[in-house]
Design a protein around this ligand. Structure first.
Ligand code: AOF
Ligand code: ZN
Length: 360
């Protein structure tokens, strides 16, 4: 249905959009390419939250008059005034001749209305080119804007015989340097990382992306009774914002320059995973990486709230271990990556959904 050239230009727009990863949330990543007489005359992407949208940057960057050009945009142009004016208006004002979009904007304020506005102005719009890739790119934004909760990834490091550790009192390092770098890169791509109280206490982790290029995500700790010692790196180093989730009864209005407390509903003695996600969604967190420990991952698994897993498997067995990885990659999971990482092995799998979050 779409020509090779159309796919080529949309592929370029998707690549540009990706450059915004880690910087635009809670907005979507968006790329735009303007084409005239078969050549690209302008390119742009949404670079940072609150900044100009992809279409506006592509128009500004145009080396020729954009009037009469075709726009390839990874997301339906917005028709609302948010932090910036509507892109539909800019495209109409600049006399863009035709628009290709990869997917509709799942934001209910825009969804379909942006396309209608362009069509009403006499601009033909073709929707759906490379839409699977676009949907994958903005899966976190799509989930967050339609449900109010973040996309949840779980990171699991396991031994060859499937154990995450010996017991909850000891810290064991299982995987190698390459896996660690990979996991740090992953941290740069999410809005926040979360660990449970015991992991914060036993490992005293920094939860930064220091072995990768990119920015540090927010750090979330589930500490139901607010008993973690203030000596931990998370409270002291100022490397990234830290959010402590605690129960409503233990909540106190405390805040330092980079650390704040938020209360969350408790159920059966623990913070409710559903409510944790709602609380973080309200904070504008669209993607959450749960890094452990075993108990926290298990509670999200039991509540069926994990969308995606990164399983790093080390080459050696762990003997006399108690903490079995609770997630088995079955046919309910779609494997996206499956390859070696040094002497470890990585599998990335996504939970199969009964129906898509957003159908075109
Ligand atoms: C586009 N192009 O590059 C992006 C869009 O507050 P604002 O003005 O930044 O608007 C945010 C909303 O705009 C966001 O929720 C989403 O619906 C859309 N994002 N739209 O045409 C872009 N980033
Ligand atoms: Zn816009």
């Amino acid at each position: 249905m779409f020509l090779t050239d159309d796919k080529k230009f949309m592929t370029r727009a998707l690549k540009l959009a990706e450059l915004g990863k880690g910087y635009v949330s809670p907005n979507p990543m968006v790329g735009c390419v303007l084409v005239k007489d078969g050549s690209i005359i302008g390119e742009g992407y949404h670079e940072k939250f609150g900044g100009p949208h992809a279409e506006i940057i592509a128009i500004r960057n145009s080396k020729k008059d954009p009037s009469g050009s075709t726009a390839y945009i990874t997301l339906e142009p917005c028709c609302i005034t948010g932090k910036t004016p509507p892109c539909t208006k800019a495209l109409i004002d600049k006399d863009i001749q035709k628009v290709y979009i990869a997917m509709l904007d799942p934001n209910p304020l825009v969804n379909g209305k942006g396309v209608n506005e362009l069509k009403n102005a006499g601009i033909p719009v073709h929707t759906g080119i490379l839409h699977k890739k676009a949907q994958h790119q903005n899966k976190a934004f799509t989930k967050w804007i339609t449900t109010g909760t973040p996309w949840v990834s779980a990171k699991i490091a396991q031994s060859a015989n499937g154990y995450m550790g010996i017991d909850s009192e000891k810290s064991v390092w299982l995987t190698g340097e390459k896996s660690q770098k990979h996991a740090h890169q992953l941290r740069t791509q999410v809005d926040a990382i979360m660990v449970g109280r015991q992991t914060a206490l036993v490992d005293n982790p920094k939860l930064t992306a220091r072995k990768a290029t990119g920015r540090n995500p927010k750090r979330i700790v589930a500490d139901t009774n607010c008993t973690l010692p203030m000596t931990l790196y998370l409270f002291q180093d100022g490397e990234a914002e830290t959010i402590i989730l605690c129960s409503e009864e233990k909540f106190e209005q405390k805040q330092t320059t980079f650390c704040k407390y938020i209360s969350t509903r408790k159920e059966n003695g623990y913070l409710s995973p559903e409510h944790i996600l709602q609380t973080l969604g309200k904070e504008g967190i669209t993607s959450l990486l749960i890094e452990g420990g075993h108990k926290l991952i298990n509670s999200f698994k039991q509540a069926d709230l994990i969308d995606e897993v990164y399983v790093y498997t080390a080459p050696d067995n762990l003997e006399n271990a108690e903490l079995k990885n609770p997630i088995q990659i079955s046919s309910n999971w779609k494997i996206r990556k499956d390859h070696a990482l040094g002497s470890d092995h990585l599998i990335v799998a996504e939970k199969r959904k009964e129906k898509c979050l957003q159908e075109l």
